[in-house]
Design a protein around this ligand. Structure first.
Ligand SMILES: Cc1cc2nc3c(=O)[nH]c(=O)nc-3n(C[C@H](O)[C@H](O)[C@H](O)COP(=O)(O)OP(=O)(O)OC[C@H]3O[C@@H](n4cnc5c(N)ncnc54)[C@H](O)[C@@H]3O)c2cc1C
Length: 744
């Protein structure tokens, strides 16, 4: 039968009803991480994003960096082993795999694929939440509309995560918020202004320019600014004009929400003024270049921040404060920009406006829920923080990790039927355990994982790596200006009789080097700590000469120590390029000890042998390098395959195994596959001495793998690693086993 044409308005056909456990509003980095985590925890989740793509400033339409290379967080600058894990690590690792497969500008597509792979997640793109209804102190309904399909969505959520950046949901629901800068007196913040005001960080506009193959003129529009000389370009390098400039910034003295369109107009006038300067004023080598793309909206740094039961402040960051209810963390620079942006006449960012590399700091759950709306959590740049603290927490990976933590809180809110404040008061250890099951942890915070069937198990492996770096990949000079180098490590047995290091001695005579064994008090501190032993060694003339330091000291297994080397006269100490979790070298430079993530260790070995990478580490809850033994690394000399075997204390019903691989959490921006990561592996159960196949994987590049299967009575597990993505060893943090896959 022929269908009749539509002449009567059928409204119902254009309406959709959703009753999710969790509605996430805003599909920037925080919202995507929150939504995917919620879905992975089993929450029926809706993610509403008002643009056609995901990622906010990292999206293809804003293009702050649409390859994800600028997704920064706690591992920025100098903090070791600090990269965020969980969904944000999946994003980074998937991103690098796409990059090496030839993809470019893929970040938004990757985020979309990540969302669409989750069966519990409904993704609504091009859809804007425009109305929020409340009853008492709860949000009961969100109304949203999809551009292009005329669909209206009525969403009745149990819990809402506002990750809209602008805090639209919170604002409409009457949640307490702040916008602007606190006065110095309020939180005693060094970087705050004397008086509070409404200023924020400004917004930026990106453009792209291409070489068209022949000279092209540029006639600026009459409304463009005129920048005829270099005066406005203080510390604003503009020699590379192909990718736009983050410092093309303004609007900090306007209202970045209300005045967004006006700010865009002003940014355009600045942009064309800069392009006029590049093309027509001075020789910038841009004769053949033309602008071929400009972002359609400003990249917004700051707007409203929702207020929780705690406001994170400057001192929490600078003092690296710990919180009893810490559920996520940061570590990026305190990075304020001058409010006048491009017109400041001052440097656009840097030490004048912030504090570099403050070290790891914790963020409590109290910063992730609204003080006065009971079912409202926040994620991303709008969490409860002062303006100064915001300037650090705004980094993309920090926003994403916070989103993951908020989703974990939503999971427990559903489980117990309580507001987040109750989760904060009564369920923090459980929240941390839930998040651990999706690979989100806070460095240094211990986890209790009673459900792990491997508790009380025994672990053995085909081989393990001794703490020994032999290959010489480079050298650093011990000179008057850099009087010592140091090697830090966690002891694996109770004695160090001798430590051996390699040196170059180009002079005609032997030289003396002193080694001090020091109990390390703080991971990055190489000037303090009790000196346990001191020994001297003569360094003979030659290259990569090994010297023995007879330290004869007792040490405590599982504790961190460092050996400090002092020597002068043109000597160099040799290092190997090799990432080892929790093991690193440091070098004194004039300003202090920046422990840079350079994957280098001094060429060293010990007597008796230190073996900090044994299979037993698979059984503890440490899943990154830190002040503890954490990882199994097979002997690189033995090649592949390598096997680790877990024997349960008794037969257990097992339906889920979680594997945590080493993906070098020390690396900051990654554009290649993490060579340490296990690539091909076989997972077997062991039942009455016989293997039972559970999973066979090839081409893995992810850190966290979860295998769910029909529950089996097992005596243990066996993991056979057949290849890595380049490193010579198998490297695994954890093999965890559970009765079933669902998290309870
Ligand atoms: C120019 C610029 C450069 C930066 N450089 C870096 C860098 O190099 N490294 C780094 O780590 N960080 C950088 N940042 C900071 C970082 O990008 C952001 O702080 C972070 O991405 C914020 O993520 P978010 O998810 O909290 O918010 P956003 O990315 O702002 O995402 C919020 C999303 O919600 C959507 N939304 C808003 N209202 C609604 C609604 N009512 N309904 C549905 N959707 C809605 C928005 O369209 C947006 O996509 C930069 C930021 C800018 C602006």
């Amino acid at each position: 039968m022929k269908k009749s044409y539509c002449s009567v308005k059928n409204k119902k056909d254009f309406e959709r009803i959703h009753r999710p456990d969790l509605a996430v509003v805003g599909g920037g980095m925080a919202g995507v991480a929150a939504a995917v985590t919620g879905a992975r925890l089993g929450l029926k989740t809706v993610l509403v994003q008002n643009r056609f793509c995901l990622g906010g400033p990292a999206s293809i339409e804003c293009d702050c960096d649409a390859d994800g290379g600028l997704v920064c967080g706690a591992s920025e600058w100098m903090t070791r082993d600090a990269r965020e894990t969980g969904v944000i690590e999946d994003m980074r690792l998937t991103g690098e795999s796409l990059f090496v497969s030839g993809w470019r500008n893929y970040w938004s597509q990757m985020l979309r694929d990540l969302c669409e792979a989750e069966s519990n997640l409904t993704l609504l793109l091009n859809t804007e939440v425009y109305d929020v209804e409340t009853e008492g102190s709860r949000i009961t309904k969100l109304t949203a509309r999809t551009i292009g399909s005329d669909l209206t969505h009525f969403i009745y959520p149990e819990t809402v995560i506002d990750s809209s950046g602008d805090s639209f949901v919170g604002f409409e629901a009457g949640a307490e918020f702040r916008m602007g800068r606190e006065a110095k007196s309020e939180f005693n913040e060094r970087l705050a202004p004397a008086e509070s005001d409404e200023c924020t960080l400004g917004s930026s506009l990106y453009f792209r320019a291409v070489d068209v193959g022949h000279p092209v003129p540029f006639v600026p529009p009459p409304w463009a600014y005129k920048f005829e000389d270099e005066t406005p370009f203080v510390s604003r390098g503009h020699w590379d004009f192909k990718k736009g400039y983050w410092w093309l910034e303004c609007g900090g003295d306007m209202n970045t929400i209300r005045d967004n369109e006006e700010i865009y107009r002003k940014l355009l006038a600045i942009l064309y003024g800069i392009w006029d300067h590049i093309k027509n004023h001075g020789n910038h080598g841009a004769e053949n270049y033309a602008i071929n793309w400009i972002a359609g909206f400003p990249g917004k740094r700051e707007s409203r921040r929702l207020i929780g039961d705690y406001i994170l402040k400057e001192s929490d960051i600078l003092e690296n404060r710990n919180f009893d209810d810490a559920v996520t963390y940061g570590g990026g620079n305190v990075d304020l920009h001058p409010i006048q942006g491009f017109f400041s006449g001052n440097t656009p960012a840097g030490p004048e406006h912030g504090i570099l590399s403050p070290g790891l700091y914790q963020i409590p759950l109290r910063c992730l829920y609204s003080r006065n709306i009971d079912n409202l959590l926040m994620a991303g740049r709008n969490i409860s923080a002062s303006h100064v603290a915001f300037s650090s927490i705004r980094l993309m990976a920090t926003c994403s990790a916070g989103g993951q933590a908020a989703a974990g809180a939503a999971f427990l809110m559903k489980k117990y039927g309580v507001p987040p404040r109750e989760i904060d008061r009564k369920h923090i250890p459980e929240l941390r355990r839930v998040l651990y099951r999706v690979d989100h942890t806070v460095p240094g915070v211990d986890i209790e994982d009673a459900a792990n069937l491997c508790n009380g198990a025994k672990a053995a492996a085909s081989s393990s790596m001794p703490l020994e770096c032999r290959e010489v990949d480079g050298r650093e000079i011990l000179s008057d200006k850099t009087p010592y180098s140091a090697q830090s490590f966690v002891a694996a047995n109770n004695r160090i009789d001798s430590a051996f290091f390699r040196f170059d001695n180009p002079s005609a005579d032997s030289k003396t080097v002193t080694a001090e064994l020091v109990r390390q008090e703080k991971m990055y501190e190489f000037t303090t700590g009790e000196v346990l032993a001191k020994a001297e060694a003569e360094i003979g003339v030659g290259t990569a000469v090994e010297a023995e330091f007879r330290l004869r000291a007792e040490v405590e297994p599982g504790k961190r120590y460092y050996i400090r080397l002092t020597g002068t006269g043109g000597l160099s100490v040799c290092y190997a390029r090799c990432y080892l979790p929790g093991v690193y070298k440091a070098r004194k430079i004039a300003a202090g000890w920046p422990p840079k993530g350079d994957n280098r260790n001094l060429c060293c070995r010990f007597q008796p042998e230190q073996r900090p990478f044994e299979a037993e580490n698979l059984l503890n809850t440490h899943n990154r390098g830190g002040d503890h033994l954490s990882v199994w690394i097979s002997d690189p000399a033995k090649g592949f395959p390598q096997t680790a075997e877990i024997v349960f204390p008794e037969k257990k019903s097992c339906g889920c195994v979680e594997l945590v691989f080493d993906t070098n959490l020390d690396a900051v921006n990654i554009y290649s596959l993490q060579e340490e990561c296990v690539r091909d592996y076989r997972l077997e159960g062991v039942c009455d001495g016989k293997p039972v196949a559970l999973a066979e994987v090839s081409g893995n590049f992810l850190r966290f793998r979860k295998h769910i299967f029909q529950p089996l009575m097992l005596d243990g597990l066996r993991l056979t690693v057949n290849a890595s993505n380049g490193a010579p060893s198998a490297r695994v943090y954890q093999i965890r086993a559970y009765a079933k896959g669902e998290i309870e």
